[in-house]
Write a protein that binds this ligand. Structure first.
Ligand SMILES: *Cc1c(COP(=O)(O)O)cnc(C)c1O
Length: 434
């Protein structure tokens, strides 16, 4: 039975501990479903990412947390204290980052369609950078930036045509993608000539993001090579040497015992070397390097706790064990069959004598947390834990079936505190009118 990370353990009662705390006690105190997060692990991941740039790229870069993975005011405060930058994609994510105390110059506004309201709010807030997918949008930002009191930096998002060997829905670097300027057919290079002419924004550099949950280093290196070639070609064609290169996020984490992710240090060492060598070959100055990890900052730093309901056994078919959450708090299995490790937190030392599907409580047959799970038999009222749920769970949560969004508890040095309140019935109806 895999426990995946060093912050999970078993105590003398045979209960699962997470970040040093008995998870069944947390379930009793805060109720379920409950997201339990480990602040020390989040901070440690932030530092490892930042240190990797400092060590292997001479500190000439910035690690931006992709806040879509998990955004809350408290989370933004933690990331801001760790001196990372932050990616936002909407006015909501921007508002949250500002409320968390983010220096706007360290905020990067992304998105394949920023509304005019988003752009206006970002300019008013003086965000440092925009990453854009089209000349049309860049022109709109350029027009709106006139007289806004500062010159925002802009980067072109490039689709480099790299296959990241991950799930189709989380793959973003292939040519057939809704994101970015296509590299392969020369669209990107041609568009750069138009971006250079914009007067109210500073054309700072180029960006790519090839996908998510990637375990290979080669797709990152291939993307870095293609982006360096583009920087060279832009210089050759237009005589303009851009200063910034953002190679996105996508670093994989461990969901199953068999997953074997590489550290930030290993990634950055190889990426930095590739870029530095090409700078020499192409006669370019070393660009300011940005990375944008989301999942790898926060994904492993959370466990979701559920209370087990009844088991349905279908002779000759399979068994279903119901839990009091599901796709409303974690839609990732329903979306793309995402793998997860499931444990019976109440009886960690018992025999794993149950094999079946862990199902949620929503009115959808596809509301499943995981299939083919083998754990100690989930008795009614047992606490069921799902590991590595920090990224794209709370941030993708919904109120389907009018379920209240679950609470989040943050643990720091063995002390738990409520981090996001559970929604109330009042919250669920607060926008309803008669
Ligand atoms: C989603 C996303 C990221 C973060 O991806 P992770 O896999 O969570 O690290 C970074 N940059 C962009 C542009 C993204 O869309």
């Amino acid at each position: 039975m895999g426990m995946l990370y060093e912050n999970t353990g078993i105590n003398e009662k045979g209960h699962l501990t997470f970040a040093g705390v008995d998870t069944t006690e947390l379930a009793k105190e805060y109720g379920t479903p409950l997201y339990v997060m480990d602040e020390n692990m989040i901070r440690d991941n932030c530092r490892k990412a930042k240190n990797a740039i400092d060590s292997y790229y001479d500190g000439k870069g910035m690690c931006c947390y992709a806040s879509k993975a998990f955004s809350s005011v408290g989370m933004c405060k933690i990331v801001s204290e760790e001196m990372l930058g932050i990616d936002v994609v909407s006015s909501g994510e921007l508002y949250t980052a500002l409320k968390g105390g983010f220096d706007p110059s360290r905020i990067v506004m992304h998105g394949n369609f920023k509304t005019k309201a988003d752009i206006a709010y970002a300019l008013e807030s003086k965000v440092g950078r925009f990453v854009c997918d089209s000349v049309e949008e860049l022109s709109i930002i350029n027009d709106m930036a006139k007289g806004c009191g500062y010159t925002p930096r802009v980067l072109m998002r490039i689709t480099p045509g790299v296959d990241a060997h991950t799930h189709d829905f989380i793959k973003t670097g292939c040519t057939d993608s809704k994101f970015g300027f296509t590299l392969e057919d020369g669209t990107a290079l041609k568009a750069a000539g138009e971006v250079i002419r914009l007067e109210n924004v500073k054309f700072a550099g180029v960006h790519c993001h090839i996908g998510s949950q990637i375990f290979d280093i080669e797709p990152f290196l291939e993307a870095a090579r293609l982006m360096m070639k583009l920087l060279r070609d832009i210089k050759t064609m237009y005589g303009r040497e851009l200063e910034e290169l953002d190679i996105g996020g996508g670093f994989g984490i461990r969901y199953l015992e068999s997953d074997d992710p590489l550290s930030y240090a290993v990634h950055l060492k190889a990426i930095a070397l590739t870029i530095k060598e090409l700078c020499v070959d192409y006669g370019l100055r070393q660009p300011f390097l940005m990375i944008e990890p989301g999942r790898s900052i926060v994904g492993a730093a959370c466990t979701t706790l559920y209370t087990a309901g009844t088991v349905k056994h279908i002779e000759g078919v399979k068994s279903y064990a119901a839990v009091d959450g599901g796709m409303a708090d974690n839609p990732r299995f329903a979306l793309y069959g995402a793998p997860y490790t499931v444990l019976n937190a109440s009886r960690m030392n018992d025999n794993a004598d149950f094999t079946g599907t862990i199902a949620g409580r929503c009115c959808e047959s596809g509301d499943i947390i995981q299939e083919n799970v083998t754990i100690p038999y989930p008795k009614y009222g047992d606490i069921i834990a799902v590991l590595s749920t920090g990224a794209y769970n709370y941030s993708m949560a919904s109120n389907y079936n009018r379920l209240a969004r679950a609470a989040t508890v943050m643990i720091k040095d063995g002390q738990a505190r409520l981090f996001i309140k559970r929604e109330s019935l009042e919250d669920i109806t607060k926008n309803d009118l008669l």
